[in-house]
Design a protein around this ligand. Structure first.
Ligand code: HEM
Length: 400
């Protein structure tokens, strides 16, 4: 079996589940070469992904969670993005924003998200056809980013398009496109900082500006990094789950029919199964702070260790019949949001409310939804989901 977890072509039809299966069975902690780097350990079993994820004392999120080491585009001084920092700094940063992401906060947003989901379907339903990725799945995260940060909706859309560029495989873009997208994000954050300082409001951006860490306000760079993380983490992840999830359901008409017959009751378990099955975040990297061992494999200090969530979520030792979509699967200890470590997805509660809102609307109002053309996939080895998914449908309940 040829193993290449970096090549864009390995991801052109979704995640490389055949490679993952081979690795779990034959080399669960596999030394993977890296053309422009030292190589990394690919960790593919559920148990091992969880064990590494929980052990932040040994497996660090610094300097980055991406496989490639960062090319310093600009001097960040002492500032660090929360996702790329370890406790105790991570704990202090997370505390600053945690209040906006509690179950209560997510629940409070539910009625508003239901209205937004309705508007999104209203905008396409009479047309009878659309690109499900751009017109449906991608709309809600843009709204949510805008709501959370207190921005105009069109700016939410623009920022969300930039995250797509940042997450794409560089070889699929024109030269310099990613640096340009990063620079645009920073420029937007700088303008927002000035605007919210001048006119504070009841939104997360204004709260961040007022917040203090170790008795001082956040630096400008710290604000920028928070902004980038929140925009980046909540955008195409949710979109890919919704689009990839619908695709999985279209492949399983019997499961789709069951869910459509009673979405209010079945959605909570079905949504968790779609998270497991789709796993929008392909991997997160850690770096060994000292010599260690994973499932008997010696790991040297400084080695890159990459946790493959999409593989862990198809591990037969954790999920019976793992390649089968089962919308009623229980228990379902998937790791789509990370594996219960310090960095477990901050937006998990909010994402669940978003996903339920839009899927409920789609299932109950876009009747006979089917693919109009074969979908194409993102060519990213980091974020997985359909890029384009032309669909046909009729107004009314799916089963009508
Ligand atoms: C289906 C949607 C989503 C998926 C699959 C997802 C997945 C993940 C994963 C795998 C991680 C890393 C966990 C780890 O390293 O242990 C993460 C972290 C994070 N996510 Fe999400 N996420 C989603 C939606 C969101 C949303 C909607 C937001 C916020 C608006 C968000 C904000 C964050 C933040 C801030 C972190 C970093 C947490 C930390 O470093 O402490 N995510 N997410």
């Amino acid at each position: 079996m040829e193993i290449d977890l970096l090549a864009a072509r390995s991801f052109e039809n979704g995640q490389p589940h055949d490679q993952f299966r081979w690795l779990r069975e034959n080399a669960p902690v596999h030394r993977h070469p890296e053309p422009e780097g030292p190589g990394f350990w690919a960790v593919t079993r559920h148990d091992d992904v969880r064990a590494v994820s929980r052990n932040h004392a040994v497996f660090s999120n610094e300097p980055t969670v991406m496989i490639a080491d960062p090319e310093p585009l600009l001097d960040m001084g002492d500032a660090r993005m929360m996702l790329m920092s370890d406790p105790p700094r991570h704990t202090r940063l997370r505390r600053l924003v945690a209040q906006s992401f509690t179950p209560k906060a997510a629940k409070a947003m539910a009625p508003r998200l239901a209205v937004l989901a309705r508007q999104i379907v209203d905008a396409v339903v009479e047309r009878g056809e659309c690109d499900f990725v751009a017109d449906v799945a991608g709309e809600l995260p843009s709204y949510v980013i805008a709501e959370l940060m207190g921005l105009p909706l069109d700016d939410g859309r623009k920022l969300y398009r930039l995250t797509e560029v940042l997450h794409s495989a560089p070889e699929s873009l024109s030269a310099g496109a990613q640096a340009q997208a990063g620079a645009e994000m920073f420029a937007y954050a700088a303008a927002l900082l000035a605007e919210k300082k001048a006119r504070p409001a009841d939104d997360l951006a204004s709260r961040l500006i007022r917040s203090e860490i170790e008795g001082r306000r956040l630096s400008e760079m710290e604000f920028h990094l928070f902004f980038m993380l929140l925009i980046d983490a909540g955008g195409d992840t949710t979109r890919n789950l919704v689009a990839g999830g619908m695709l999985a359901l279209l492949d399983e008409p019997e499961q789709m029919a069951r869910l459509t017959a009673d979405p209010s009751r079945l959605l909570p378990a079905a949504r968790e199964e779609l998270l497991r099955f789709v796993s929008p975040v392909v991997y997160m990297r850690r770096t060994a702070k000292r010599d260690a061992e994973i499932a008997g494999q010696a790991i040297a200090q400084g080695d890159k260790v990459v946790l493959y969530y999409g593989s862990a979520n198809r591990d037969a030792d954790a999920f019976p019949d793992p390649d089968r979509l089962d919308i009623a699967r229980t228990p379902n200890h998937h790791v789509a949001f990370g594996a219960t470590g310090a960095h477990f997805c901050l937006g998990a509660k909010l994402a669940r409310v978003e996903i339920d809102a839009i899927l409920h609307e789609v299932l109950t109002r876009m009747a006979g939804l089917e693919l109009a053309e074969p979908p194409t996939w993102l060519t990213s080895n980091f974020i997985s989901g359909p890029r384009r998914m032309p669909v046909r449908f009729r107004p009314g309940p799916r089963s009508a």
